[in-house]
Design a protein around this ligand. Structure first.
Ligand code: 9UX
Length: 72
């Protein structure tokens, strides 16, 4: 089963920031895809909630230095 969420992210100022988040979250088990949108400061993430919880995604974003601002 897959779930799609849009997460608001703070602290991104360039395309490299977006790429860093894509790699960090995209490498988590259970994350099928992530598309970061710098302009809207958000990311659309498709994942399997029985493998990776939203809490794990929050931690991955914070570990690389950005803010998890909640689910849209
Ligand atoms: Mo470049 Mo984005 O240092 O923080 S990765 S601005």
């Amino acid at each position: 089963e897959e779930k799609a969420v849009v997460v608001k992210i703070g602290g991104m100022t360039c395309a490299s920031c977006a790429k860093t988040i894509e790699v960090a979250v995209g490498s988590l088990d259970g994350v099928k895809s992530i598309t970061v949108n710098l302009a809207t400061e958000s990311a659309r993430i498709v994942y399997n909630p029985s493998v990776t919880e939203i809490e794990d995604i929050r931690k991955a974003i914070e570990e690389v230095g950005y803010q998890f601002l909640g689910i849209e």
